[in-house]
Ligand binder design. Sequence first.
Ligand code: NAG
Ligand code: NAG
Ligand code: NAG
Ligand code: NAG
Ligand code: NAG
Ligand code: NAG
Ligand code: NAG
Ligand code: NAG
Ligand code: ZN
Length: 713
Amino acid sequence: MKLDHFLLLALATAAVDGCVRERDIGSVDPFSELAKRSEGQLHLPHLSKFESMLLNSFDNTTVDTWAYYYTHGLHIAGTNRSMAQWTADKWAESGFTSSVVSYDVYLNYPVSHSLSLTHSDGSTWKASLEEDVLAKDDTTSYPDRVPTFHGYSASGNASAEYVYIGRGQKVDFQRLLELGVDLKGKIAIARYGGPFRGLKVKNAQEHGMIGCIIFTDPADDGNVTVAKGHKAYPDGPARNPSSVQRGSVQFLSTYPGDPTTPGYPSRPDSPRVDKSPVVPKIPSIPISQLDAEPILAALDGHGIAGQKVNRTRWVGALNTTYSTGPAPGVKLSMSNVMHDTYTPIWNSIGIINGTEQDEVVILGNHRDAWIVGGAADPNSGSAVMIELAKAFGKLQAAGWKPKRTIVLCSWDGEEYGLVGSTEWVEEYLPWLKASTIAYLNVDVAVSGPLPDVGATPELHKIAIEAMKKVVWPYKGRRDTSMYDIWKTLNGGEIEVLGSGSDYTSFLHNGIASLDVGAGGDGSTDPVYHYHSNYDSYHWMSTFGDPGFHTHVAVGQFLGLLAYHLSTDEIAPLDVTNYGIEMTKYYQKLKKYVAASQYKDLDAVSKLQRKARYHRSNRKLVKHLNSVYRDFGRGFVSQGGLPDREFYKHMLYAPGLDTGYAPTTFPGVTEAIDAKNRTRAAEFVERASNAIYVAAGILASCHDCDNPVVQEQI
Ligand SMILES: *[C@@H]1O[C@H](CO)[C@@H](O)[C@H](O)[C@H]1NC(C)=O
Ligand SMILES: *[C@@H]1O[C@H](CO)[C@@H](O)[C@H](O)[C@H]1NC(C)=O
Ligand SMILES: *[C@@H]1O[C@H](CO)[C@@H](O)[C@H](O)[C@H]1NC(C)=O
Ligand SMILES: *[C@@H]1O[C@H](CO)[C@@H](O)[C@H](O)[C@H]1NC(C)=O
Ligand SMILES: *[C@@H]1O[C@H](CO)[C@@H](O)[C@H](O)[C@H]1NC(C)=O
Ligand SMILES: *[C@@H]1O[C@H](CO)[C@@H](O)[C@H](O)[C@H]1NC(C)=O
Ligand SMILES: *[C@@H]1O[C@H](CO)[C@@H](O)[C@H](O)[C@H]1NC(C)=O
Ligand SMILES: *[C@@H]1O[C@H](CO)[C@@H](O)[C@H](O)[C@H]1NC(C)=O
Ligand SMILES: [Zn+2]
């Protein structure tokens, strides 16, 4: 069959600005906007019997109980098997066949650390490196609370003059080099925000720096700061100034998972490779704004002042000029001691068999947290998953039987580098590729009031339908749907998935994926203390989600998705939308090429084919479902991206220098960035082949008189 003859996906519709959405919602008055839309009336679509039963099963009081459980015991990766068993047992009570599976992975745990500043007059100051114990917040005083540290950081000492590197992106380093700032042999002090923290350390290491400290700047808290009149947590919604963001410094954009077993599962006897391509060689330590201020202030008047550096988010809100330094004779001494080990981690898995076992829907959430709490990250999601299992238990008791198998996963080791999910996917890849129709992820289900959804294009339609059926509790109101709030207050655009949570291994094997959560607006909502001891049950029940109603709504949304994906006769995957979204990525790429030195890279036009796609009759349901299931696998190309084979999807990858944020058409885009024309052309070819393969999978249905792909150009 000649593929050229019925081209491609619905690379249809007119040009769309495919730029990353700017989140600027500060000026909208939510209530008047909502009133205009809904006139104070909530109109939900008609719900079926099972849909109503499902939605009504979610209960804020039981969710609160699960949230309390998860946030009152140490559960950093590899430390709490009983929590994994508890999760499996809860799912079993709701009729899921449940088990706990383990992997033996490389992790490291903090032993000791210190950081001190020596002024040129020889006087010294010592950083506290501790978060305050708060009488109002019980888990901040737990004796086994986790020190402030970076997962997968290197052990080592460093003592040297230091340089402020802004957010530590490659462009920041280029600017420092342009300005003639001496980096070699110095310690870096970087600000959180922008790229994934591991990439800040990587960039510092690659510029010959010998250590890295990273601080949280109050400028990232919008108007909710002490300087602007708010009280700090626990007395108010502003950031507690002693709070520290822990987190992994793995080089996430190279590959996730156990650094010592890339591409295969971590068994006790698995061969291990050198981990240095994905973990730092130089030590790093996270610090609070309190600890950062004197360190930055000691650079004032030395090097280039922040205003003159003139880089995005270089100057923050601390009382200092954010000068680059170095300051002669002003030194930092840091020490970071980690315990390296191979140790078991535990995923909990729960299954309800469908009548068609070769079609599977998977839902996942990680369970491990950097701190004893973890009320938002990730255990708001864990509490929701228990409640969701309970809801499906009720449906089963009422006679519902899913057509497709449902698998629940509670991942361990996510925080170090998506370890539990990546090892599991590596172990079951042939089965997953043959059977999975979608992976639904929830990590931080709730850290604020605004719903956020990211997904591959074939899941957009069902996500929007589900959003319209859920009542969303916005600041005490209960007369709006999730869809209305999302559309009115949060941009109304389903985001492109990058990386940073457990959907990554599914997405990059061509499996339709979705991620949902709710967060603050970053400027007026209570500040979420990400990866800090203050991401606690007390914060959640006082500021994040008092009453746990947002938890309920996120659970209902996921429940509806899982219900339809597992139950509908025809799998509700809207494959035509792939074409529409791809057109947006294509427009963006075209602009990028036009702005580059490869204006003549006209091969890019190969990527544009316009075609229209119809669905006619649905007689051969089985075949159609398998085509929908398999279609996305076509976008995966053997060999992956240059120097990072893990990332195989030709349309998406986490940005090389962002780690979290996605790049579309990554092979071509990054080749242009690297000024490698040959490679750009090679990836145009590979991306267009991948699109042909996906289209070919759809086209196979032509024979059964189902989707008809019609050429327009
Ligand atoms: C595991 O977590 C549970 C629930 O939070 C807690 O009660 C228990 O003490 C934790 N176990 C360990 C070994 O820390
Ligand atoms: C902060 O408040 C001021 C004054 O109300 C407003 O103009 C500004 O947009 C707000 N900034 C953010 C980030 O919300
Ligand atoms: C900062 O850089 C921008 C371009 O990136 C330039 O337009 C602007 O004039 C610069 N400002 C200063 C103060 O140098
Ligand atoms: C800011 O720093 C300067 C110089 O170090 C000091 O004189 C001033 O009092 C500080 N301002 C505040 C608000 O702390
Ligand atoms: C590293 O620094 C710590 C703290 O200053 C010190 O105790 C330790 O001896 C140093 N280790 C080495 C190898 O220099
Ligand atoms: C589910 O299906 C699997 C594979 O066919 C089978 O081994 C298992 O016993 C089934 N579980 C239940 C509870 O029926
Ligand atoms: C559940 O919601 C009800 C009604 O809003 C509220 O009174 C109750 O306190 C909530 N339960 C919890 C545990 O927050
Ligand atoms: C450009 O890309 C090609 C193909 O991927 C590769 O073989 C070559 O080494 C690259 N050139 C440079 C200068 O990196
Ligand atoms: Zn998380």
